[in-house]
Design a protein around this ligand. Structure first.
Ligand code: TRP
Length: 340
């Protein structure tokens, strides 16, 4: 079989389940921004169909989808350069999702650790959608023939499943139709931890608001949370190995490095030997200068939801130029009679 070549295309998605944090920004959105350009076509998605695998208040879901869209744009996703969509407006995602439900095997799905984590002890009461979630995710990606998917470490298993689905579909039907998607996994430097506990991921669901920086926080809130962040009594090291066993110090240094587009080595060369009392104001100033404009732009965009809705519907028209032919071709391959 000849190797098909696929257009270099990036797809990624975030659930509009509310509460964007600095972790979402550095771990995902900022990387999405950096991938815009001439190398890839870029498609970014608010995965509302995934969000409802656990019950969402409908009014909140609408608000959170618009807010996520505002966050994308405020952070630098250009809706002209990238295709920006919410998943439910591009029906081919769900349609290909069904086909993939028929390709994926029960045994593969039962291995998914995210399902086990999210369903917890009460798996019998989890929605069927939560169980099937990764097959829809594979469809999100493959309905664009996306070649690269930037995601967090926690999504690695779902991307392997995406490859498994392509690797089964293609020979089952004697085609070379779906690409083997490459995961682009976030590095440790972009994994943002809680400001109260350096061993826990920064999370919107942590009961303490002081544990996280929200993308909607204003300058005062950002500065205050950094000032109060947990640290240890020692001075900062000048080399990376001096961060061992110091998760809070490592986290603040990682955040500084990511926000300033420097490596951890470069940052430590600059701040090594300083006490936290001197470093925290530097970090606060940097964070406010990078995040303050994003939160005020988000607030401005949220004042005009109709404009956000227009951007999303334009995005879905552009998306469907890619997805409709790929879905039709898939139906042809599978043996679905086409309309005449
Ligand atoms: N599962 C992803 C998450 O929870 C979100 C997601 C859905 C996604 N579809 C995707 C990410 C496709 C990348 C590509 O973070």
């Amino acid at each position: 079989m000849t190797e098909t070549t696929f257009t270099p295309r990036v797809f990624s998605g975030i659930q509009p389940s509310g509460g964007l944090t600095l972790g979402n920004y550095l771990g995902a959105i900022k990387r999405f921004v950096d991938m815009q350009g001439d190398t890839f076509e870029t498609i970014y998605c608010m995965v509302d169909l995934h969000a409802i695998t656990v019950w969402q208040n409908p009014a909140d879901l609408i608000h959170n989808t618009r807010e996520l869209c505002a966050g994308f744009i405020a952070a630098g996703i250009d809706p002209e350069k990238s295709i920006l969509i919410n998943q439910s407006q591009v029906p081919e995602h769900a349609q290909l999702g069904w086909i993939f439900n028929c390709v994926a095997r029960m045994g593969w799905m039962q291995r998914m650790t995210q399902f086990k984590d999210k369903a917890g002890k009460n798996a019998q009461n989890a929605s069927l959608g939560l169980f099937g979630y990764p097959a829809l995710m594979a469809a999100d990606i493959l309905v664009y023939h996306a070649t690269h998917v930037p995601v967090g470490e926690d999504q690695k298993q779902h991307l392997e499943l995406t490859r498994d689905i392509a690797a089964k579909f293609n020979p089952d039907y004697g085609v070379d139709f779906f690409p083997m998607t490459e995961p682009v996994i976030e590095g440790a430097a972009t994994r943002v931890m809680s400001l109260r506990d350096g061993s826990k991921k920064m999370s919107k669901s942590d009961p303490s608001d002081a544990s996280r920086i929200n993308m909607t926080d204003d300058a005062d809130a950002i500065a205050r949370k950094i000032r109060k962040a947990k640290t240890d009594p020692d001075a900062l090291p000048s080399e990376v190995k001096g961060l061992e066993g110091r998760p809070e110090a490592r986290n603040l240094i990682n955040i500084y490095a990511a926000l300033s587009d420097q490596s951890v080595d470069q940052v430590l060369a600059e701040v090594g030997g300083k006490q936290f009392g001197a470093f925290k104001p530097m970090l606060a100033e940097l964070a406010v200068s990078k995040l303050g404009p994003i939160s005020s732009e988000m607030a401005r965009l949220m004042n005009d939801p109709a404009e956000i809705d227009r951007i999303l519907s334009r995005g879905s028209l552009r998306a469907r130029e890619i997805t409709a032919p790929i879905l039709r071709k898939t139906y042809d391959i599978v043996g679905m009679v086409a309309p005449v």
